[in-house]
Design a protein around this ligand. Sequence first.
Ligand SMILES: CC(C)(COP(=O)(O)OP(=O)(O)OC[C@H]1O[C@@H](n2cnc3c(N)ncnc32)[C@H](O)[C@@H]1OP(=O)(O)O)[C@@H](O)C(=O)NCCC(=O)NCCS
Length: 139
Amino acid sequence: MPQKSIRFRRANFLDTVAIKKIADKSAPYITPLPLIVYALLILLFHHSSFVVCIGKRQIGFAILIPMLTSYGWFQIAIKPEYRRKGFGTAFFKRIYSELNRPKLKALVKKANKSSLKWHKKLGFNIIGEIFNYWLLELK
Ligand SMILES: CC(C)(COP(=O)(O)OP(=O)(O)OC[C@H]1O[C@@H](n2cnc3c(N)ncnc32)[C@H](O)[C@@H]1OP(=O)(O)O)[C@@H](O)C(=O)NCCC(=O)NCCS
């Protein structure tokens, strides 16, 4: 992974269009939402919304929802052409330390085998299932 120009930061309102484009390109692994929903999520959960950039270009985003004693991964995606190069892992590690190593929960579609493998590699365990999703936890 090229370390030099990679940057992680909290997402802001101006990232909304880029986030929406990345989400659109990441279907069906994640369900792309309308632009206005991303704008509202970033506004509501600014503390736990992040982008990863190369230079000024956003190549990934993550939105987490704060819960009582943990965070829930809402959506995370890396642009298809940047996947499997270590960016997702580096992004995760940065978010995890930025949020002070919280408990995390994630719902992963059972059909999304690559995401399940990625989460397991990061230390998540399957703790249940809800319809066609695995419920994962990282303690
Ligand atoms: C899941 C995602 C965020 C991971 O980011 P990434 O930058 O591709 O992942 P990394 O390069 O950091 O990690 C790679 C590891 O994850 C797993 N992995 C990721 N993609 C994989 C694939 N297509 N097939 C198999 N394993 C995969 C492997 O364990 C891999 O390790 P390896 O290369 O040593 O085998 C990214 O693939 C993505 O955006 N996917 C589409 C959206 C999505 O599924 N989001 C999660 C919804 S729950």
